[in-house]
Design a protein around this ligand. Sequence first.
Ligand code: ATP
Ligand code: MG
Ligand code: MG
Length: 400
Amino acid sequence: NPPSSLSQENLWQHIYTSRSSMDERRVGVLGGGQLGRMMAEAGHRLGIHLNILDPAGKASPAGQVASTSIEGSFRDEEKVLELASISDLLTVEIEHVNCEALDAAIAAGTPVQPLPQTIRVIQDKFQQKVYLQARGVPLPEFCDVPTLEAAYEAGRIFGYPLMLKAKRLAYDGKGNAIAKTKDDVAAAFEQLGGRDVYAEKWAPFRKELAVMVVRSATEVRPYPVVETVQKDNICHTTITPAQISAAASKKAMEVASEAIAALEGTGIFGVELFLMPDDSILLNEIAPRPHNSGHYTMEACETDQFENHLRAILGLPLGGTALKVGAAVMLNILGEGSTAETKMMMEKALAIPGAGIHWYGKGEAKKGRKMAHITFTGPSLFEIQARASAYGLLASFSLA
Ligand code: ATP
Ligand code: MG
Ligand code: MG
């Protein structure tokens, strides 16, 4: 059998026999951003070496703390094979990677987790929805939009506002265009380049939720439900536990677990969900990697998302996912234009009991760039709000 069809048990054996003890394992990561950096930090605790591949190499957020960094694109097959040559296993911290290069790494004898076929399905949001719908996962209605005429037809069927999305390479809402009425359809379609577009029925959600799910060879384990608050399509805060009914919370964990159970391979996955006005749950999208909505797990859960990702892909026993504090609020620190201004938020947080600070080591604090995050933990959301608002942080945070 070629390594690509290794069963999970064989994969595990492959890793165990290629490296004798845990502290000699080398995991190669495609991408060197903050997710890779926090994965490397978890690796340090477990005694696992991380090698990263990123255009900024050693200067990238992950490169600063990794064992080895290769400078180059995670889309460049030659560089991916170079990373594979110094690693026992490859993984990703971004889904927009070159899956052919991952196939080539497998063919050359280095396993990859999550599996390239899983990354492929998720990379294309339309394929992802087709795949999940066929497996009974609840989604907003959607359809392919190969032409402008098809976009008008989607509007006739789904009504307005109508959500048009780019199938590939989307992040921070940059691949989305909303047509408020029929008159906006042509402009929205054009905005997305008029190619590789699909449509979604508007979801008038009450809240946005997220659930991290870790998948091993034998198990699918969800983390608690998080409420996510986006500003300008970028995650701003997350609140745990989500302030929703127990039934909705249970349903959210079920939908997320079922969706991840429907995939193949191992790793951590971020599942974005909509809580609808009738308390039903629809899935928005999956990320095949650690996720911003899972940062709170570092301070708040038995085992954080980064460590559980490494455990899952290396075939080690999974760690617990339960909340070990009463509540957690995560606040993203976005660039304000100057690094000094951006750091001010963190300096305020230093004075707050239960505030965990995570600086990503990015050079320029460009406006809107994710520079750091702070996680506040405490016995209750009420207590967290009281502590943080005394310092002018979490001013806009609301328990409603
Ligand atoms: P990310 O940075 O999370 O990868 P993305 O660019 O992939 O984001 P989506 O998650 O598809 O984009 O959408 C961004 C936001 O747009 C969602 O968080 C939600 O607020 C809104 N949105 C997405 N789909 C719909 C929909 N069908 N109806 C209403 N709002 C939607
Ligand atoms: Mg996305
Ligand atoms: Mg999203």
